[in-house]
Design a protein around this ligand. Structure first.
Ligand SMILES: Nc1ncnc2c1ncn2[C@@H]1O[C@H](COP(=O)(O)OP(=O)(O)OP(=O)(O)O)[C@@H](O)[C@H]1O
Length: 351
């Protein structure tokens, strides 16, 4: 099952030509600099923009052959766009108007988004984060087959973003609705997306499973603090004596500071490239808990040439390590070389 999107469109001074496919259900993130064409793709998919060419196929069904209103696509904009004269409850019910019977129930959506205590309020009396949660609820209650979110958190400050992120993560985990989200934030991508579509100047720079794309060393965002690997893992064991939790990622064991999560919990971790050192031999007396044997897949200089980034593969699991040109030379880091990736448990970000 997949979502397949092809959009071609020309504005007087900009042309877009993109095509990607993502497994469904799941979250596809469109990521790229301002003006690269993300909103244009979203508008063509929803039908708000009549693109020169647009083909949207969801699980074999050609949505783009239908009128926009018949596509059953829910849209959440940056600014929520709630009706100011209606209460939260009335805004939510508005979403249900003309909606076919479907899996999303009013009470469940309210509970999922944590907005039960807000039902009687008007939008002016809500915080930005609350408004966005209501806007998501309204879109969900229209029983969409596909949910589009155009920078749903862009208007929020960072603490509000932190507040809403868990709700978006629950949406991902608990609803079987495919989601396409536009974002400028690597953190959002790492936390929410399954498929990452990286757009640059109207074309696709890279697309694929989020872990694989984020671990690539050759992409423009793999510089500075953005560079890092995102890995899906399962909580395998808690070691209370050492205050560590062991995660399993396709057989690769990763130690993190002890987590208050039940065994078997699926989660994602992000390991920034700057936290990962490489060694050629097993180090002795070292404070890094994680020493993982792998093979260098690629190594290349960052765009500003101040650093090198090496992709280290252990089966399908990829790590990214940032090296100075000196250490790259000293260790003679090159493709196919067996290495050990070293990182502290506290260097791992649990998302
Ligand atoms: N209606 C329009 N008429 C002419 N040009 C347009 C129109 N809409 C968008 N563009 C141009 O198309 C390009 C892509 O715009 P788009 O809004 O899709 O970018 P974006 O990646 O979503 O940017 P941002 O992250 O800033 O929202 C821009 O150069 C923009 O100026």
């Amino acid at each position: 099952m997949s979502l397949d999107v092809t959009v071609k469109h020309s504005f007087p001074s900009f042309s877009l030509d993109i095509s990607f496919s993502a497994p469904t259900p799941g979250v596809v993130a469109l990521f790229g600099p301002s003006g690269c064409g993300k909103t244009t793709v979203m508008s063509a998919v929803s039908g708000l923009l009549k693109a020169d060419e647009a083909r949207v196929v969801l699980d074999g069904d050609v949505l783009s052959d239908r009128q926009p209103a018949e596509r059953r696509i829910g849209v959440v904009f940056q600014d929520g766009r709630l009706f100011p004269h209606m209460t939260v409850a009335a805004n939510l019910r508005y979403g249900m108007r003309r909606a076919p019977a479907g899996p999303v129930k009013f009470d469940e959506a309210v509970e999922l988004l944590g907005i039960g205590h807000l039902l009687g309020r008007r939008p002016a009396k809500l915080s930005g984060g609350e408004r966005q949660r209501v806007a998501i609820g309204r879109a969900l209650l229209s029983q969409p087959r596909l949910l589009l979110m155009d920078e749903p958190m862009a208007a929020l400050d960072s603490s509000r973003k932190q507040e809403i992120m868990p709700f978006l993560a629950r949406l991902h985990d608990e609803m079987n609705i495919p989601i396409m989200i536009v974002t400028h934030s690597i953190e959002e991508v790492a936390r929410l997306a399954d498929t990452l579509v990286l757009i640059s100047k109207g074309h696709i720079e890279a697309s694929g499973p989020v872990g694989a794309v984020l671990a690539r060393a050759d992409l423009p965002f793999s510089t500075g603090s953005n560079a890092g690997a995102v890995i899906s893992a399962t909580v395998e064991q808690h070691d209370h004596a050492r205050w560590l939790t062991q995660l399993d990622a396709q057989g690769v064991k990763i130690l993190v500071p002890i987590l208050d999560r039940p065994l078997g919990t699926r989660l994602r971790v992000r390991i920034p490239a700057r936290e990962v050192a490489l060694a050629l031999e097993e180090p002795r007396l070292i404070s890094t808990n994680n020493v993982i044997a792998g093979t260098v897949r690629t190594v290349r200089e960052t765009e500003d040439k101040t650093m090198a980034l090496a992709e280290v593969a252990v089966g399908d699991v990829l790590f990214l390590s940032q090296l100075t040109p000196d250490s790259r030379q000293d260790l003679d880091i090159q493709p196919n070389k067996p290495v050990l990736a070293l990182f502290k448990s506290i260097g791992v970000q649990v998302l």
